[in-house]
Design a protein around this ligand. Structure first.
Ligand code: C2O
Ligand code: CU
Ligand code: CU
Length: 489
């Protein structure tokens, strides 16, 4: 029985009953019984060159529109785009600048832009209440007052976030600063943005139509695209590369690694550089998260080919049982550049736990029986509530520090939790993996909370006041109501 049906049939109300229901299901079913296996990922030929999104500075004009692109080899498909390319332009800025972006909504529905990871005034950051109607325009003016990092942008109109992101409305937003520039990290042709999205097609048509079951598991695509293209390759030199990876999928988690014994040196996460690099053979990246990786192709012979892959990561969860290739690197020439991996990358001041004025717990393990607010459709909940645009769920004081705890101990779904308008630090992960991974040892805005896990984060709220959201970045869950408002006063 599906969880939702179970809950409806037994007309369960309230959190105690919900916890009971979830325990019952855990005891009697495996994830596979409940949801089945997602279709296997379709590998491609890796014979088309990786496209690079164009780069804009200072100002940008984005036309959200329906257009077409050749995502799959030899097939044109209708997509949504911010211009003529399949991925939105990379907006490049420096700390201290102000960036102007004009959004023209040429879609038939509402849209807006949320600047994921940027700390912005309420009216500029793309809360679901602030949408631009079909045919209208909006001018975003974005004061950049934060450290270097790879942030990103996407629509946030409640109920259509997932479909608009899935259809292609995404782009990267890079911030640079002096601390990062001093490191002389690989740049230009050696700094590669990799925006990963999985897609599903129905007879050649890009198809976003999750079933009730897929709203629970997430809508998993069979084709994995990098920078808007299925199965591309990148011709590289035998030197060091900086890969700036964004998981812009609605629900798919990747366990990224590189074949051929090449390690990933993790130098940053959502909110910029770590204090020191950490070398891993593979790393989990959840929807909404970014990782900054240095890869060394030196000492590999010209002609060698290796792959960016996603490795199996869970026996319990259906999508975790898959492994597949995403991108082929063809090492084709030697590089004159020399580079040594720095031992120290940046300075991060740890937030002192004793300065926290309050600890809030968010139960993210439940499903409601449909009695949520008018915003939600009665599915995924936080603290038993589904999103209500007009209800303020939490109130925090500007400039104060708090600890927030995301509790998925009793849950059986994967929830990458995201908070707007702050960057946080991760204190603990209890249960499940029981540890903080390499990319989590710096500033973060999204944190993966696996079934059976409870994660504590600490943050200091900005001085600007207003209403912001926290939500699950599994966009099926988010559109299903797994989102709350918090007000900074
Ligand atoms: Cu990237 Cu509120 O989201
Ligand atoms: Cu965000
Ligand atoms: Cu979720």
């Amino acid at each position: 029985m599906k969880r939702r049906e179970f809950l409806r049939r037994s007309s369960v109300k309230g959190i105690t009953a919900l916890t009971g229901a979830s325990l019952f299901l855990k005891a009697c079913h495996t994830e596979e019984d409940m949801i089945g296996e997602p279709n296997w990922v379709v590998q491609g030929l890796f014979d088309r060159p990786l496209p690079m999104p164009s780069v804009v500075k200072q100002s940008a004009t984005l036309h959200a529109q329906r257009t077409s692109g050749q995502l799959l080899k030899g097939k044109m498909t209708e997509i949504l785009s911010y211009g003529t390319e399949t991925i939105g332009p990379t907006i490049q800025s420096r700390m201290g600048e102000s960036i102007n972006v004009a959004l023209h909504n040429e879609l038939k529905e509402d849209t807006n832009i949320h600047w994921h990871g940027l700390i912005l005034p309420e009216d500029m950051e793309g809360h679901p209440k602030d949408v631009t109607a079909s045919g209208a325009s909006f001018r975003y003016s974005l004061p950049i007052n934060q450290r270097a990092g790879a942030y990103w942008y996407h629509p946030h109109a409640h109920g259509s976030t997932a479909s608009q992101v899935f259809m292609g409305l995404v782009g990267m937003f890079i911030v640079n600063d002096d601390e990062e520039t001093m490191l002389n990290l690989p740049s230009g042709d050696f700094e590669i943005p990799l925006i990963i999205q999985d897609k599903r097609f129905d007879g050649g048509r890009l198809d976003y139509s999750p079933t009730e079951e897929e709203i629970m598991t997430g809508y998993l695509g069979e084709q994995i695209l990098v920078n808007g293209l299925h199965a591309p390759f990148l011709s590289v030199a035998s030197g060091w590369y900086r890969l700036r990876i964004l998981n812009a999928s609605t629900a798919r988690v990747y366990n990224l690694g590189i074949t051929g014994g090449i390690h990933m040196n993790i130098i940053g996460g959502d909110g910029g550089l770590l204090t020191a690099p950490e070398t891993v053979s593979s790393i989990l990246v959840a929807p909404g998260e970014r990782i900054d990786v240095l890869v060394n192709f030196t000492d590999h012979p010209a002609g060698k080919e290796v792959y960016l892959v996603s490795n199996r990561f869970s026996e319990y969860n259906a999508q975790g049982r898959q492994s597949f290739n995403l991108l082929k690197f063809k090492i084709e020439r030697t590089s004159a550049h020399t580079f040594t991996l720095p031992q120290t990358l940046s300075h991060i001041k740890l937030i002192d736990q004793n300065t926290s004025v309050k600890t809030r717990t968010f139960d993210i393990s439940g499903m409601t029986g449909g009695e949520g607010g008018h915003g939600g459709s009665g599915g995924h909940s936080i603290n038993g509530k589904t999103f209500d645009m007009h209800r303020i769920d939490e109130t925090v004081q500007a400039g104060t520090t708090e600890i927030w705890e995301f509790d998925n101990m009793m849950g059986d779904e994967i929830h990458p939790m995201h908070i707007h308008s702050v960057q946080f630090q991760i204190l603990h992960r209890m249960g499940g993996r029981n540890q903080i991974i390499a990319s989590e040892k710096g500033w973060k805005d999204t944190v993966l909370v696996m079934p059976g896990e409870k994660v504590q984060v600490i943050m200091t709220f900005p001085e600007h006041k207003g209403v912001f959201v926290l939500h699950c970045h599994n966009l099926e869950h988010e559109d299903d109501g797994m989102m709350l408002n918090f007000r900074i006063v």
